[in-house]
Design a protein around this ligand. Structure first.
Ligand SMILES: Nc1c(NC[C@H](O)[C@H](O)[C@H](O)CO)[nH]c(=O)[nH]c1=O
Ligand SMILES: CC(=O)[C@@H](O)COP(=O)(O)O
Length: 207
């Protein structure tokens, strides 16, 4: 992808973000996979462009857009629980195998400084990717509303930035152009590039 493709709509300061320490989850649908797959590719390329290591990007798929919020919430919670379990197991092992920890080491564990070093860490951001294409009934409207509200709620409830990567289109051509695979001359812009950048920016957002 051309260099400027990565930066469409990305502010100057975002271009310098360093995502090396981030863990990112991508949840995508199998519905409309011929359009979703390029969007996933664009998101992964953008995450890598901003320094996220490929081994720190987890990808999971679900049937359709309606399943995205529940999947994102479940996988966020699992990642948070796993990192908590890992820390407590390692500290328990330290306490057990090393017998009575020395006062200075125990002080470190109690203060959390050792725990902070060894945590594997939950996901720092999630990107939910899907493509909704209007049919002949109101199904589109109901799913689009439910999914956008649901994904917003996951981000607010968990505190983990959850990027809304769902195209809500009135035609196949509209969707294809927003995945950068438009027909003929009008290829369009792969919105996955923007979603990857948003995930890194929001994951690193701080005071
Ligand atoms: N029509 C589209 C759907 N429909 C399926 C739903 O998202 C859902 O999987 C089903 O209702 C079972 O709960 N999904 C898309 O992602 N895109 C569509 O265009
Ligand atoms: C987004 C949808 O659910 C849509 O593709 C379903 O098509 P239809 O409204 O014709 O059943």
């Amino acid at each position: 992808m051309g260099g400027d493709d990565f930066h469409k709509g990305v502010k100057e300061s975002t271009r310098k973000l360093d995502g090396r320490g981030l863990k990112v989850l991508i949840v995508h649908t199998r519905w409309n996979s011929e359009i979703v797959d390029p969007l996933v590719h664009g998101t992964k390329a953008s995450l890598e462009r901003y320094g996220v290591l490929p081994q720190n990007v987890t990808v999971r798929d679900v049937p359709g857009a309606y399943e995205l919020p529940a999947a994102a919430l479940r996988l966020i919670r699992r990642s948070q629980q796993q990192s908590t379990n890992l820390v407590s197991n390692i500290v328990d092992d330290l306490m057990t195998t090393a017998g009575e920890l020395t006062a200075s080491v125990k002080g470190s564990v109690d203060s959390g400084s050792i725990g902070a070093d060894i945590k594997s860490g939950p996901f720092d951001a999630v990107v939910c990717i899907g493509v909704l294409i209007k049919g002949s009934t109101m199904h589109f409207e109901y799913i689009a509303e439910a999914v956008s509200q649901g994904i917003m709620r996951v981000g607010l409830d968990t505190g983990v930035p959850t990027v809304f990567g769902v195209l809500t289109c009135l035609s196949d051509d509209q969707a294809m152009e927003r995945a950068g695979i438009g027909r003929g001359e009008k290829k369009g812009h792969n919105h996955g590039l923007d979603w990857g950048a948003a995930a890194v920016e929001m994951a690193l957002l701080d005071l």
